[in-house]
Design a protein. Structure first.
Length: 154
């Protein structure tokens, strides 16, 4: 009976650990999806990144503000109604989020802060109609990443 219990325990441990062998983890900045009403999605584009990847490998990308705005305007446009609920989704999350901030920049370069609920990553799109560049800034234990998107409030 003791032998059977030892053999069962040994088998359980080996099978349990075998699931961990060969797994690959992605330590790069996440892909971020901007969603309106959980129906319409667009992927935000990375603009400025200072990230520490696997084994401390640095990943840096710098884009000046003007190029970031131009890049956002060339993206697929997310059309929403005023004050539509929105949310952010990350494709992976092998990091600890320290801070999430976001804002919009209108066509006349007016900046409006967008408050993001850090628990469920929801927010409300602007009330005023117009074209906007949506900017997301993500601060984590692995570094910083900034993303941009193209939004029109109709």
């Amino acid at each position: 009976m003791k032998g059977f219990i030892k053999l069962s325990l040994f088998t359980f441990v080996i099978v349990g650990f075998s699931g961990c062998i060969g797994e690959e983890y992605d330590f790069s900045p996440p892909t971020v999806t901007l969603s309106a009403n959980d129906v319409v999605d667009v992927e935000l584009k990375e603009t400025n990144v200072d990230w520490r990847g696997e084994e401390g490998k640095q990943y840096r990308k710098e884009t000046n503000t003007r190029n970031s705005i131009n890049r956002a305007k060339k993206q697929q446009q997310l059309a929403v109604s005023p004050e539509t609920p929105g949310n952010l989704r990350f494709d992976s999350e092998d990091f600890l989020v320290n801070d999430i901030s976001s804002y919009t920049i209108s066509t006349n370069n007016a900046k409006q802060d967008i408050r993001v609920n850090e628990q469920d990553r929801t927010f409300t799109f602007p009330k005023k109609k117009g074209n906007y560049v949506y900017v997301l800034e993500l601060q984590t234990d692995r570094g910083y990443a900034q993303y941009v998107g193209n939004v029109v409030v109709k």
